[in-house]
Design a protein around this ligand. Structure first.
Ligand code: BV8
Ligand code: ZN
Length: 241
């Protein structure tokens, strides 16, 4: 590989970094067979995520929304982390000051061994009571189409829907991880959903070297320092050699 190639440049930056932050989206799980949101496989019964992942949609028809999550839980339950998830977990082990920010709710980063992470849009294996607010893990597959809490209220996915604010702890952890990193890797996200879509520019403003790994260009491509085009499961492991 020529010394000046983008891959060689990024490898050197990662090897020299004191602090690394990684931001991932659905594209890192695509290689595990989990459908992305805005790709060809992104629809369910012709609904888009933006139509279903809202408090209004749940209010209007909780059964339909639980059917959607049930379909995803049953699908995700059969999927395993891929080499890109594993490489991100390895990067955490190698770099003392490391943080992973994931928009994914599939739990595959944790399954791959990642521990220093914020699941900023929540987790599909966690439920929250709409009455008493209790948050609990729930791995029932399939989950009852209308699951209820002991207190009698309806349970909802503990997931951040459109129009809902992210969890305050996550936001402060993300702000710290973006401010202090020497390198930010942005892997497999279309960069259209805020506030995550703004994270690359936050890191850039505070002096980080920002690299994007994606099949296609995204709205952030113009502001990153380096873009590697291709499949995450092929590219991300190469960054560790
Ligand atoms: C907030 C949970 C403050 C659901 C998700 C108007 C009204 C109301 C709100 C807004 C508005 N305008 C803007 C907003 C803010 C809104 C927003 O950004 N909307 C967008 C659509 C414009 N954001 C919010 O509401 C957020 N909250 O801002 O709070 C607030 C409060 C009130 C009012 C306003 C603001 C909450 C956002 C969280 C929404 N929840 N998920 C669920 O998962 O069940 S978002 C959903 O999209 C997923 O979490 C997903 O992770 C996320 C982003 O998608 P991506 O991960 O990027 O996936 P995508 O399919 O898009 O792209 C895949 C990428 O991978 C592609 O680039 C592809 O090329 C690439 N790829 C594919 N295969 C591979 C690959 N790359 C590498 N290798 C491969 N093999
Ligand atoms: Zn309850």
């Amino acid at each position: 590989m020529q010394p000046g190639s983008d891959l060689a440049i990024l490898r050197r930056r990662i090897a020299a970094a004191q602090s690394i932050t990684v931001l991932t989206g659905a594209g890192i799980s695509a290689d595990s067979g989990v459908p992305t949101f805005r790709g060809a496989d992104g629809l369910w019964r012709n609904f888009r995520a933006e139509d279903l992942a809202t408090p209004e949609a749940f209010e209007r028809d909780p059964r339909l929304i639980w059917e959607w999550y049930n379909w995803r839980r049953e699908l995700i339950a059969t999927k395993r982390p891929n080499p890109a998830h594993e490489a991100v977990a390895e990067l955490e082990r190698r770099c003392e000051r490391f943080w992973l920010i994931t928009q994914n709710v599939d739990g595959l980063h944790r399954a791959a061994g990642s521990r220093k992470l914020s699941e900023i849009h929540g987790n599909i294996w966690t439920v929250r009571c709409t009455g008493c607010g209790t948050i609990a893990d729930n791995h029932d597959v399939p989950i009852a189409i209308l699951p209820f809490c002991q207190c009698g209220s309806l349970l909802r996915p503990h997931i951040v829907w459109f129009g809902e604010s992210l969890f305050p702890d996550d936001l402060s952890q993300c702000a710290a991880a973006l401010r202090r990193c020497d390198v930010l890797l942005v892997i497999g996200t279309s960069g259209v959903v805020y506030p995550a879509a703004g994270f690359a520019s936050v890191a850039k403003e505070t002096g980080a070297f920002v690299a994007e790994i994606n099949l296609d260009p995204t709205p952030q491509s113009s502001l990153v320092d380096l873009s590697l085009q291709g499949r995450a499961k092929e590219i991300v492991p190469l960054l560790l050699e």
